[in-house]
Design a protein around this ligand. Structure first.
Ligand SMILES: [Mg+2]
Length: 255
């Protein structure tokens, strides 16, 4: 089945996250979360949260009626998750799968340039199989699918971190968090300079990281392992030394 896809809006990105009862196509979808973002401007707060964010819980019964099948291992996995994440099972705003898909199709009408998910096979594979199970047209062009998992695995991207906000395994919180992280990874990969790292890592984060690094190296007779020669690195080194001195002072006070 194909769809006439309008010309994508350049630079418009959408991050999608699903919570599901399995990891294969034709698995029940518990919720769909998504956010629009771009790589240039700050993501949060969203300029227009009403329109830039999408969240819809789905009734399990309607997924079973559409012929989707849960996997036992994922059901058992959900039983071990936190209560906040498990609220998706009793969300009073949950709707039947066909309505949820229609709502997502309407929302997606922004013609995103790039659609991000956790591997094209997972989020987009499961979501498109749900569209097919309901006899509906998949509302995006498969050539627009992009993989956040791959971006995280690229060389040096592992060093790019963000402070996690929201509930883990809430589809919207996951989507927003992944979009924020992806944007930082993109900036990092494009510039690859400590100066850029300084602009995307705020001062507090530099101090926090320095403190963590100092704690790790406090018991080792080693120099600061970050020999950059940039203003950002100088700031990091100063914060590192201050943190190290503080830890040493604490140690002496406890003797
Ligand atoms: Mg998730």
């Amino acid at each position: 089945m194909s769809i006439e896809v309008a010309t994508p809006e350049a630079g418009r990105h959408v991050m999608v996250d699903l919570e599901t009862l399995g990891t294969e196509p034709f698995t029940p979808i518990l919720s769909i979360g998504a956010c629009r973002f771009n790589m240039e401007s700050e993501m949060l707060p969203f300029a227009d949260p009403e329109n830039d964010l999408f969240y819809q819980a789905v009734t399990l019964e309607s997924c079973l009626e559409a012929g989707l099948r849960p996997s036992a291992s994922t059901v058992l996995w959900w039983m071990q998750q936190g209560k906040d994440a498990q609220q998706v099972f009793s969300d009073p705003n949950a709707v039947a799968l066909p309505q949820a898909l229609d709502a997502f199709t309407d929302w997606l009408d922004s013609r995103p340039d790039e659609m991000w998910g956790n591997s094209a096979r997972f989020d987009f594979g499961l979501l498109s199989s749900a569209y097919r199970a309901c006899g509906k047209v998949v509302p995006w062009d498969f050539r627009r699918e992009r993989c956040y998992h791959t971006m995280k695995a690229l060389p040096t991207a592992g060093a790019v971190r963000i402070e996690r906000e929201g509930v883990h395994h809430n589809a919207l919180d996951d989507a927003v968090s992944q979009a924020r992280h992806l944007r930082r990874i993109m900036l990092h990969l494009e510039k690859k300079t400590p100066e850029m790292a300084y602009t995307i890592y705020d001062r507090e984060q530099i101090v926090r990281e320095a403190f963590d690094a100092a704690k790790r190296y406090a018991t080792l007779d080693e120099a600061c392992p970050y020999p950059f020669a940039s203003p950002a690195a100088a700031e990091f080194r100063a914060a590192f030394s201050a943190a190290q001195a503080g830890i040493e002072a604490q140690r002496l006070a406890q003797m």
